[in-house]
Ligand binder design. Structure first.
Ligand SMILES: [Zn+2]
Length: 242
């Protein structure tokens, strides 16, 4: 099996600590809308950073049009394949392992949702010009230690990268690269470039790489055009009222 390789340079791991994901799982079970199709395997990856794309597996948080594309372990695996964390073959193996082992599926699901909440909380704060919560940063560091404990450094070309064998540690193989990406964002990036789409009921996050830092939308064709249409209709409405 080919281990998944991710070249992120990150700080040294702390001691291996145990995180409890149960409360996330309980919350997820309550809020899950099983009938709605998940687009986890086809969502646009527009965040310019893996962790931000992962946060974008939900949208419209706190609004009536809240969408959550990670409702079952297979959705998390589908996204991991789509985002290039797992090869198709490794994805199939992890799907078989989680369908045989409900505890593993629960662990993956709960870990993914906990991580997504952390990434969103930290990145949304950065996008709003606020300090990320110390507790969220601390939890991310713990999760990093857990994932790194199941990883090893492997030579790939001219450098070493953290690698996981997905059959040995499927949860860490999926969450690890996302944690590394989130830490890279925190420790090595200009956080003022982390932005949140201005679209109504969107909330997607992205790293603005434009020269003038002028990016406002997740995708111009989606939220940008909707906003344009809303402005047009509002103007029509005002003119009709005259
Ligand atoms: Zn948007």
């Amino acid at each position: 099996m080919t281990p998944s390789a991710h070249s992120y340079s990150v700080p040294a791991p702390q001691a291996d600590l145990t995180l409890t994901f149960k409360r996330y799982l309980d919350g997820y079970m309550k809020s899950a809308v099983a009938s709605e199709a998940s687009r986890a395997g086809s969502l646009p990856l527009i965040g310019n950073e893996l962790a931000l794309d992962f946060a974008n597996t939900a949208s419209g948080r706190g609004t009536a049009t809240h969408r959550n594309h990670l409702r079952r372990a297979e959705h998390v695996i589908a996204w991991a394949r789509h985002a290039g964390i797992l090869t198709a073959a490794d994805g199939d193996k992890v799907i078989r392992a989680t369908s045989r082992n409900p505890r593993l599926a629960s662990k993956l699901m709960a870990g993914a949702l906990a991580l997504r909440d952390l990434v969103y909380s930290i990145s949304e704060a950065a996008a709003s010009g606020r300090e990320p919560k110390a507790e969220a940063v601390e939890q991310l560091t713990r999760l990093y230690a857990q994932c790194i404990a199941r990883s090893r450094l492997q030579r790939v070309g001219g450098t070493f990268v953290w690698t996981w064998v997905s059959t040995d540690a499927p949860v860490q193989a999926i969450l690890g690269p996302i944690v590394l990406s989130a830490l890279t964002l925190l420790t090595q990036s200009d956080l003022s470039r982390v932005k949140q789409c201005e679209g109504q009921s969107c909330g997607w996050l992205f790293f603005d790489v434009t020269k003038n830092r002028g990016r406002r939308w997740c995708e111009m064709e989606v939220c940008g055009n909707r906003a344009k249409q809303r402005r047009f209709h509002a103007r029509q409405h005002r003119e009709d009222a005259r």
